[in-house]
Design a protein around this ligand. Sequence first.
Ligand code: NAD
Ligand code: TDX
Length: 342
Amino acid sequence: MSTEATTPTRVLVTGGAGFIGANFVHHIVNRYPNVDVVVLDALTYAGNRESLATVRSRIEFVVGDIGDAGLVDDLVRRVDAVVHFAAESHNDNSLADPRPFIDTNIVGTFTLLQAVRAHGVRYHHVSTDEVYGDLPLADPLRFTESTPYNPSGPYSATKAAGDMLVRAWTRSFGVRATISNCSNNYGPYQHVEKFIPRQITNLIDGIRPRLYGAGTNVRDWIHVEDHNRAVWRVLCAGSVGRTYLIGANGELDNRTVIAALLEEFGRAPDEFDQVTDRPGHDVRYAVDSSALRRELGWTPQYLDFRDGLRSTIRWYRDNEQWWRPDKVATEAAYRRNGETRL
Ligand code: NAD
Ligand code: TDX
């Protein structure tokens, strides 16, 4: 493993019109104006041009698929680093139709790896803590870099497969890659299919929040800006060949998150609906990010979940034109996939 403390000058960001990718592009354009940014995004249902509207004149935006080997090769040869966010990212969709997850998360990752291998380009792979499976409730155990992979569902299995390809391409072909596995993100520009924005936009519309099953499942929440600052730090100063876990000690069960949202909206604590549980629903995620903190000096800046939640609610209230077009179709898909009140 080697440590490289180098700042890239021209970066290809895949999935830059999605939630985390768009926040990353904003962060880089605003904080590092000398870095050229090229975005490659297929604009699937989860991608939104509007997420990049305010930085559009300062980036190159290419609409295309990470599985398109010719296009990917052309773009990769022109940059000195790739940050790979593009993915099919929603667990519920992977249960309804796993195929796009295979194509994008596995074959798409393979296509990018072949291109960075051919051109000797530095590669950072954005992944998830879900590759480690889940943990029991009320246990001191957290995921670390050495926890064995044990994915539960099609989404996490395809993310695990992508990570494995990165490790193999690093070892066998000398690709200069790092991987980060992050916990659950929240913040602006997150699609309304996901837990927190779904409930915020329900509450704005006067609809009761939807809690899967008993709501005892625990997620380890991190603000998207903290995630992206860590990704940039790993890209610039991480050791090639290494995996870094990113998390902000933000464990909360889903019931508690719903209670906080109801309080923020001035609603009674019982004004939510319990609905059909997710099959195979992971019980608890919890990330130990001490290696990242110790070795690369990263610390989260959003230390109070309630403050982060409040600013996120404010963003959805102020940006209704951004999420409104997706809301009806998203709720129709939940109904089509059998979500019913318990
Ligand atoms: P997202 O679904 O909001 O965005 C994904 C983006 O990728 C969209 O813009 C979409 O158009 C694009 N895309 C999808 N398939 C593509 C393809 N074949 N070619 C090109 N572009 C394509 O996802 P997100 O929540 O921003 O997640 C980004 C990454 O971070 C993913 O790799 C995900 O696994 C990982 N991650 C997410 C979280 C989280 O809490 N959301 C946590 C940890 C890791
Ligand atoms: O309406 C809902 N009600 C509910 O109780 C939704 C949409 C979800 N949930 C529950 C399921 C989970 O326990 O909330 C929790 C969070 O759900 P999601 O937002 O779907 O996230 P999760 O399945 O935990 O996965 C997320 O974190 C890891 C991202 O979607 C992944 O891309 C990331 O890898």
